[in-house]
Design a binder for this molecule. Sequence first.
Ligand code: FMN
Length: 365
Amino acid sequence: MKNTLGTSVTVTLFGESHGREIGAVLSGMAPGVAVDEATIAAALARRRPTVGTGTARREPDAFRVVSGVFHGKTTGAPLCIVIENSDVRDGDYEAWRGLARPGHADYAAYMKYHGFEDYRGGGQFSGRMTAPLVAVGAVAEAALFAKGILLGTHVAEVGGVFDRAFGDFAADFKTLLTAPLGMLDEKAAEKAKAVIAAAADEGDSVGGVLETAVTGLPAGVGEPFFDSVESVLSHGLFSIPAVKGVAFGAGFDFAGMKGSEANDPWRVVNGRPVTLTNKSGGVTGGITNGMPLMFRTVVKPTPSIYKTQQTIDFFKGENADLRLQGRHDPAVVHRARPVADAVTALVLCDLLALRYGTDYLGSAT
Ligand SMILES: Cc1cc2nc3c(=O)[nH]c(=O)nc-3n(C[C@H](O)[C@H](O)[C@H](O)COP(=O)(O)O)c2cc1C
């Protein structure tokens, strides 16, 4: 039951949705990486619900860096960030203890932990657990940034509303730091807000797709055979609650292509090998090929909805109807966006440390 991701640069999560605190320990990060608390706070703010589209649970995400940072830089020792849970309402969950929320982990968790699990707010299966992941991910992103490796994720689709594709990566990454709903096209974001609000009015929820891009990654990163870039990134991305699919480059569209359409032609441009298209999403043979790393992540509709649903009472072994109360987002895809950034940064730091050594990401090299 280890709660740790990674091999060389690792992240361990602890806590539960309605416990006193949640947190993450980042181990193996190089010494000398600048840690800016304002940057961490900004990443956490991007994960918080947007007023009007999100849950009524209001968490200020007050965090403390309790170890691993000295004079504003990583020391190389485990870096621990703790976040307080302040807005908890346990009563919401006692009322329907035993009723399995369809699409949520209640029954699966009960079977795994034999009823000892902290079920309040979904316990460790809550989206709340992604807050500390985002906090340490911001440190990983800063380490990559110092090496000229930039990344960003946009909401490519939500509730049937589509965003525009990435264009100028650097400019788009900047836009995404403040973009409403994490979409590049403001008009699409307005439409998406209306679709999310309409779903909420019906007591329902919507899902979507995230698209992540990473530029500046050197070619040759990734560990064959089992720890390919795709494998380890997918491992991290599937840890994000509500993620149900990950596809690199053209992904499932490859199925309908001919080889001549699927292959990315190579050319030397300005003395540098590049491909003219990027259907492979920057990875071939599980190793980065020097083109932007591109992948898409599917986030399902929020399982906790307010419509009456068929379920079971797993204490009584009886069928039941469930009409939920509590505070849930009608969409979580936009909130999963900074989490995808964080996981991507953490996994890439791990792969870079495996390739170039643990000091590579710090200021000592
Ligand atoms: C940032 C974030 C916030 C979430 N908030 C909620 C929520 O308010 N209500 C809910 O039912 N699920 C929420 N989820 C999703 C559930 O945690 C997730 O669907 C559940 O644990 C079952 O896991 P699975 O969907 O990966 O199978 C959230 C997910 C993320 C990433």
